[in-house]
Structure formats: C-alpha cells, structure tokens
Design a protein around this ligand. Sequence first.
Ligand SMILES: Cc1cc2nc3c(=O)[nH]c(=O)nc-3n(C[C@H](O)[C@H](O)[C@H](O)COP(=O)(O)OP(=O)(O)OC[C@H]3O[C@@H](n4cnc5c(N)ncnc54)[C@H](O)[C@@H]3O)c2cc1C
Length: 240
Amino acid sequence: MPTRWYDATVIGIMNLTPNTRQFTLKIEDVDHFSFIPGQFITLDLPVSEKRLDRWRSYSIASSPSDTNTIELCIVRSENGLGTKYLFEACNVGTILKFKGPDGSFILPQELNQELIMLCTGTGIAPFRSMINYIDQNNLNFNKIHLVFGTRYASGLLYSEQWQKLAQKHPNFFFDFALSKEKFQAFHHGYIHDIYQNRYIDVSANRRFYICGWSGMVDQAVENIINMGYNRSQIVFELYG
Ligand SMILES: Cc1cc2nc3c(=O)[nH]c(=O)nc-3n(C[C@H](O)[C@H](O)[C@H](O)COP(=O)(O)OP(=O)(O)OC[C@H]3O[C@@H](n4cnc5c(N)ncnc54)[C@H](O)[C@@H]3O)c2cc1C
C-alpha cells in the first residue's frame, strides 16, 4: 500500500519544561486517527531540499481517542534543524505534513506481567500514551512501574498526572531520578540505580520497556541482561 501522508494543523503549543513543548495536532480530512499506544509518526519538516533529511519521528504522547487530535512531546535539541523549526517557526495554525502511525513499541497482549517502564526526557511520551490508554479503558494490569530520569527538577514531565494515577491505582507507581540536583525525596542519580536495586531478584513474569536516546537505552539493556534477565524480556524504542 502506498504511504499515506496527512496534513495536520497545530492547534496548541504548551511549554512543559524550559526546553520541552507539547504540540497538539488536528489531523485534517479524517474524523478519527487510529493508532496503537506507543507508536510514532514521522513529520516532513521544511528544513532541507532532500526528502529524507526532512523527516523526524515523534512518539504519540496522547492515548487513542475518538477524535482526530494527537499530542507530541518534543525537546529542543541543541543545533538540531528539526526542533529549531518546531520551536522557532511553528505556531498555532501551522500545517505540518506527516506519515504514520508506525512502530512496534507497544504493550503486550496480556497485562498480567509486571511492566517496568524506563525513560529519560521525552522518552516518556510513548509511556504516557500506554498508561493513559490503560487508565481510560479501565484495563486490569498486574503492575506498572514508571522510572523517569532527567537532570533537574525543572525537567520533570507530567509529574502531577503520575501522582494522580498512583493515588488511583495501587499497582501503578513511579520514581523520578534527577542526575544533577538533589530535590525533595527524588532519587539523586541515574535511573539505572533504581531498577538495578529493586529488580535484582530475577522474575520471568517481568518485562522491561525502555525509551530514549542510545546512551541510556544501551546502558539499560546491558545492565538488565547482566542482572540475569532474558533478552526477550526487554523491549526498547531508540530515539537516536
Ligand atoms: C521512533 C522515534 C521516536 C521519537 N520520538 C521523539 C519524541 O517523542 N520526542 C522527541 O523529543 N524526540 C523524539 N525522537 C527524536 C526526533 O526524531 C529527533 O531526532 C529530535 O527531535 C532531534 O531532531 P533535530 O532535527 O532537532 O536534530 P538533528 O539535527 O536531527 O539531530 C542532532 C543529533 O543529536 C541527537 N540528539 C537530538 N536530541 C538529542 C537528545 N535530547 N539527547 C541525545 N541526543 C540527541 C540526534 O540523534 C542527532 O544525532 C524520536 C526518534 C525516533 C527514531
């Protein structure tokens, strides 16, 4: 089947942290945009003459709904062409071209395993989609542990939402790790310390989902395998 390209109008831009924004897109010419939580879309941004140099992928940060809107959670990349455009030239009303959804970073069929979700920065986006989907559809799940890392407390993403969900679901909980700052009771250090201590007793009924940039993802995969887990218990999405 030929790739379908869509036009999407930017209908909202919200600052989430000093360098991260949520973009809300309304997809034109469809009533409903269908995707599986965890999937991404690919924007064709006007930043180069060459087609392939214009493409940037972004995980969908919202959960599927009956509407034609989706949310993206995007961090400004230093010297990055795509995010320079998105942060400096893209406004409410701008039309973006995209293809998708794509990707196989999705929840397992059964939620009867423990799901440990590891991420840094905007790697939290697909997990927000998955967790909101589970919550909004009242799906039964065994346990979800979200472990989110960032440098400073100012980089925390959607923290109020995680707190509310943890109050609502006793089997959902989260940890924040701040690598460059001591703040409240949050872990001071990297996310790796958290799962390495907590899941040292290997269980076959546990699956690790990891999302973010290669430095963190590669390290987490290596650590989890060294802890004695099977490679098949690890699923990851690499941002670059
Ligand atoms: C499947 C997929 C889903 C993605 N989802 C998201 C998402 O939801 N949110 C999001 O912000 N980004 C996401 N990305 C990354 C995104 O596609 C771009 O790579 C990013 O926005 C940088 O684009 P740029 O044009 O500004 O920088 P470029 O000029 O393309 O990149 C500059 C270089 O820096 C690296 N880089 C960029 N940002 C970082 C960073 N923060 N940490 C470490 N290295 C970095 C890139 O890999 C590249 O090598 C995703 C990538 C993939 C493949």
